[in-house]
Write a protein that binds this ligand. Sequence first.
Ligand code: NAG
Ligand code: NAG
Ligand code: NAG
Ligand code: NAG
Ligand code: NAG
Ligand code: NAG
Ligand code: NAG
Ligand code: NAG
Ligand code: NAG
Ligand code: NAG
Ligand code: NAG
Ligand code: NAG
Length: 856
Amino acid sequence: MASSAMIMFWMAMMYITLSRMKAVSASYQYPDEPYINFTTETNHTCPQGCSTCSDMRYICTSLNVSTVLQTFPITLQYLQLTDIPSVLDIQNNTFKRYASLRYLDISRNRIESIVQGSLGGLWKLEYFKISQSGVIVYNYFQKSPSLKDMDNKTLCDLKALKYLDMRGNNMMSLDRIVDRLRAMTKACRNCTTDYLDLSYTNDVDVKNAQIQSYTLKRAKMAVFKKLNVKVLKLDGNHISSIEHGFGVLLNSVKYISVRANYIKVSFWQDGNIFFLVNFLIMYNLKVVDMGGNAYLPIKVSHPIHRRSNYNMQIFPANLEEIYADNIALTKEFYFWDDDICMSTPNHLKVLDMSNTIVAGLGASLLGLYNLTYVNFQNSKIIFTDPNALNCKNFPKLQTLLLGNVDFRPMYTQLNDTVSAFQNCSTIKSIDLENTNYADPRVNTFIDMDNVRYINLSNNGIVSLDIDLHNNWNLKLLNLSSNRISQLPKLMMSQLDHTAKKAKENQTKLVVDLSFNPLLCGCGQQQFIEWMKTTRVKFYNFESYRCLRNTEYHLLHTLSIKETALMCKMTVIVSISSSIGVMILVGILSLVIYAKRHRLEYLWLMTRQMVRRTLQTRKQPDDYRTFNYHGFLSYSSNDDISIIVKIQEKIEEEFGLCLVIHQRDFIPGELINTNIIHFIEASRKVIILMSNNYLESRWCNFEFELSRNKRLDATYDTMVMILLHDLKDLNKDKISSSLKSYLGQKTFLQWPKDSSQNPAFWLRLKEALDFGDVENGTDDDDGTDHTDSTQNNMIENQDEGYPGAELIQLDIEPRDVNAFHYDGVLHDDVVVHHNDNSILMTVDAEVHIDDDIQPLL
Ligand SMILES: *[C@@H]1O[C@H](CO)[C@@H](O)[C@H](O)[C@H]1NC(C)=O
Ligand SMILES: *[C@@H]1O[C@H](CO)[C@@H](O)[C@H](O)[C@H]1NC(C)=O
Ligand SMILES: *[C@@H]1O[C@H](CO)[C@@H](O)[C@H](O)[C@H]1NC(C)=O
Ligand SMILES: *[C@@H]1O[C@H](CO)[C@@H](O)[C@H](O)[C@H]1NC(C)=O
Ligand SMILES: *[C@@H]1O[C@H](CO)[C@@H](O)[C@H](O)[C@H]1NC(C)=O
Ligand SMILES: *[C@@H]1O[C@H](CO)[C@@H](O)[C@H](O)[C@H]1NC(C)=O
Ligand SMILES: *[C@@H]1O[C@H](CO)[C@@H](O)[C@H](O)[C@H]1NC(C)=O
Ligand SMILES: *[C@@H]1O[C@H](CO)[C@@H](O)[C@H](O)[C@H]1NC(C)=O
Ligand SMILES: *[C@@H]1O[C@H](CO)[C@@H](O)[C@H](O)[C@H]1NC(C)=O
Ligand SMILES: *[C@@H]1O[C@H](CO)[C@@H](O)[C@H](O)[C@H]1NC(C)=O
Ligand SMILES: *[C@@H]1O[C@H](CO)[C@@H](O)[C@H](O)[C@H]1NC(C)=O
Ligand SMILES: *[C@@H]1O[C@H](CO)[C@@H](O)[C@H](O)[C@H]1NC(C)=O
């Protein structure tokens, strides 16, 4: 995922073809054309290339001309002359004839220049569209040929102009256009223009040099104030900063769009979120669209102030919609870590932060009581507080889109009392697609009594158990692409219940179960029958396939009766055959039990033979450096005959050399010196464990010593023989290290009946055997197993931040400013604050400047 977000962003940008782009889903729309009453128009026959022709309007989209025809009726109010294949020459006084025009669209034509007087006479013109379509490649607009210039005074003729669309004239340069507009305000002091689309007009400056970054200056913005602009679009103009104080100059604006620029969003300034400072005085502002400004100011010059109380933010009172999608924002690594409270009253309804990189939303956002639409889809946001989405803070919320956000950090904190979407009774649509919600809590949707659309697709859900009793208005439950093989009984009856309620309201409950590994074996008879008879409608039911034994079937073609019959047969056959198998198994186990010691002996023999052949090649080097093969550690109070038996067996039959303390200890030396010396000189220590052994101080000393003997040894240095049952050992005397030893390692048990003796001696020999004694005992297998699951768990945790490489940096918060990156980061880094450490992950290729000023 490293930098893939950014790449996708560029890819998206590259293929955007700009034709007639409407305002994003913003509710504030300016009409596209003036109202003209056409009911009295007289239609004419249209020439080729025109579609609508009358005394009042001509709509021509591919007229084969090279100049503007002078044969249209002079009463024309509406003229569209677009997509003319040849170069269109706009002569002096071309439009003088059409003094009634209120709407003129000459977009997507090859006009090279507009000379002085070209627009003369258009004194009634309200709508002037001269936009271009093209493709953006690496942030530059591709369009040729393109309008290069427009005479200084051209716009002065348009005294009634309300709507100017110059989008995509990339060679015009924003400065030149602003100059033309200024000339216009000079020529007509009381002229105003409501709508200005100057997007993608700024690839070159006034000297025709390519622009890398552009600062929108106060001097330039003054013209917008003079014109009393209400809609201002400045997308894709390479704007990297807007001079402070723009709030005063843009305070007539209701809708501003600065998408796809390089505006550095410096979030905190004087304790306020950046845009608020200027935006506060823009009391007409309703919509801000600043999507696609993908710069991440990582270094800031002032520290974060953590406050225990709410962090109060003054919020523009009339702002209704914020589009901050496809953007990298941080509030110095953290967007909000304490609760933030927006000042009220406010009117914020729409918050779109999709595809946005925001590190860490630790707490709740308060005060947004009018919020109805929230979109966090595809964003890199880490929610940690289950309360963050508690709708008591958003009592009007209707749409909550969280698709493709990793919510694991939050889900893990949920339980029966703490639920994620509490109080969300106004929600109508909730998108939880691919949020790693593999185990949705029963109470997840319990408060959403108005919900209509639930998207739980792509979450790896295996078994679904959610309470839908309150969701009477549910229309679509999207469970596609999960791992559901069947629904539990309770779920079926709940869906039935909901579907019944929906029917009363004349709607249908649709459940999407496509792309799930459904089963239709005998265990799923009830489920299949339900699917085929329920009132619930399954989306794309004809395509559902299900697995029975090893075959896939189309679910809707399965016959319930046949299935039932087949399953009965299977049951009979399987019962009769399983009885036979049980009898056979019984007989076999009886035989095995009777011959168990013999069998074990044979097994051990075979194993040893195999080992011996394998080990002859590989003798450990240290093997010959010991004087003794083994140190026999035992308590003298134990049955001496057993000890002698063991000693004789090892020394005489196996031909090994033992240390027996009564026999071999050097007289006159201290006991502990003796013990240390001989244990060191022995390759292994053989412990005869018993309650007497546990009582003895020296024995315990020997045990501890041998446990720590050669920690680096590649073989087991200790062989333990229990002289009585493990359960008979005195629990109070067992030391913790012995306990852990007994828990981890295999030990031998002194046989209670002589039939087990041969096997015991074989095991002992094997345990004493030279060469690497491998750890392939059952117990060790067990330990290995837990190890590997632990590894798995660790891997899974890493997946918590998909694609991100987690780097733990131990840095004091005050050192945060020490972060200094030059150039481009390729790893994903998102940043968290803990008390003493910072966990960082940044996504995307981000350029980070050292000297980021608070620019907005
Ligand atoms: C349009 O003009 C016709 C004829 O003058 C008139 O009857 C009609 O009411 C007008 N429509 C509107 C919406 O003004
Ligand atoms: C003229 O043409 C327009 C569109 O082609 C049509 O909607 C309108 O009804 C026509 N008017 C008359 C009077 O035929
Ligand atoms: C356009 O008009 C020119 C002459 O005016 C003619 O040569 C050309 O073939 C025409 N093109 C089309 C596509 O009709
Ligand atoms: C256009 O006409 C104006 C006067 O109406 C004249 O000043 C100007 O030079 C003319 N421009 C061209 C390119 O002919
Ligand atoms: C147009 O304005 C620019 C500067 O704004 C000036 O350099 C240029 O001479 C002007 N052109 C005309 C024809 O007045
Ligand atoms: C601008 O002022 C002039 C008189 O100074 C007036 O005739 C004209 O109608 C005004 N235009 C607008 C758009 O208010
Ligand atoms: C929500 O908006 C309404 C008007 O739309 C306003 O009267 C009210 O004060 C707002 N509520 C809050 C808490 O800001
Ligand atoms: C939110 O839900 C909780 C638990 O259901 C309830 O106690 C609380 O009163 C609710 N708050 C609001 C503002 O509805
Ligand atoms: C989930 O489904 C809803 C409606 O069914 C849709 O609006 C939403 O975009 C889907 N989520 C994603 C991530 O596509
Ligand atoms: C649920 O989790 C919260 C903390 O997240 C804890 O305080 C609470 O006791 C838990 N409740 C149950 C029933 O486990
Ligand atoms: C369910 O969600 C998936 C993934 O977003 C989508 O492709 C599918 O169309 C949705 N189903 C319905 C019925 O909307
Ligand atoms: C369904 O009916 C109930 C009452 O019968 C009503 O409160 C609810 O709003 C209706 N829902 C829809 C979607 O019509």
